[in-house]
Design a protein around this ligand. Sequence first.
Ligand code: 13P
Ligand code: SF4
Length: 354
Amino acid sequence: SPSDPDLVARARAAKEKLGDKVFVLGHHYQRDEVIQFADVTGDSFKLARDAAARPEAEYIVFCGVHFMAESADILTSAEQKVVLPDLAAGCSMADMATAEQVAECWDVLTEAGVAEQVVPVSYMNSSADIKAFTGKHGGTICTSSNAQRALEWAFQQGEKVLFLPDQHLGRNTAVRDMGMSLEDCVVYNPHKPNGGLTAEQLRDARMILWRGHCSVHGRFSLDSVNDVRERIPGVNVLVHPECRHEVVAAADHVGSTEYIIKALEAAPAGSKWAIGTELNLVRRLANRFAPEGKEIVFLDKTVCFCSTMNRIDLPHLVWALESLAEGNLVNRIEVDQETEAFAKLALERMLALP
Ligand code: 13P
Ligand code: SF4
């Protein structure tokens, strides 16, 4: 839908008034009305790196979700303030692993006698507490664009990986990209005693996958892949690695949001694509590449916005920018110092991956 011209003018004016004091980051899943004001757009890896590369900006306005804003706060200096235009923009996957649950899991691994062999690898889509746990136990963060390199690094440090909180990214990377078998993976369910696993299962496993998932990407099914191949002969199926294993196994290409964009930029005219990721991004790409003769469709016909990403809308962005322009710091995301120190260790290990 076209943006309200009055709000567009207000956002522009507030941003102009703030000048170099503000830097606006926009994740690829953001609405068109918001993304037009982003100084930089990216996947979660790129945005973490770009946030850290702007030491002169007093305010980082993060158009994305809570864990991304936390990561930006961790990676920027103490003087820089990170602002999330709507505090209710969380991530249901990140909420699936709490600090208490993960501490309990570590106790279970210790009881089973395997904790010493385990290196935690946590997906960026996790709270600062989980990142701190990861750093404290010698692990690293990963995103969908470097999960394989993170796992390769982790398997140089230990024999087993505890992968948090997205079981699909963990399984897809281990099995599709690294040649492990499904039998090498077990799923730890935080809602069951001992994670629903025996000590023997934990001893045999190489990948201990946390039972978390993305509710948006979880809606794509093997049927969606089969249907689109039938409807559009010659279609290339390109999906995000948060999709379920059978979807990823049936797809032609798999990658992060940034990877998806690059793949479509490089695609020849006349090619046809079905994309399995969030709808704002897929629509934007379909519109952008239609004039070049690239046909881009959504992998599943059921509407699939990420409802929390969508909470950042133009009214919230205008409110945040105008408040900052008036010297009023709103919706600051600030990670406490102790959490930050360990979380930063884990994030820096990721940034140092080859
Ligand atoms: P990307 O790192 O691929 O942008 O993914 C972030 C995300 O939340 C996907 O659901
Ligand atoms: Fe979280 Fe899924 Fe939304 Fe990404 S798409 S922010 S993983 S709920």
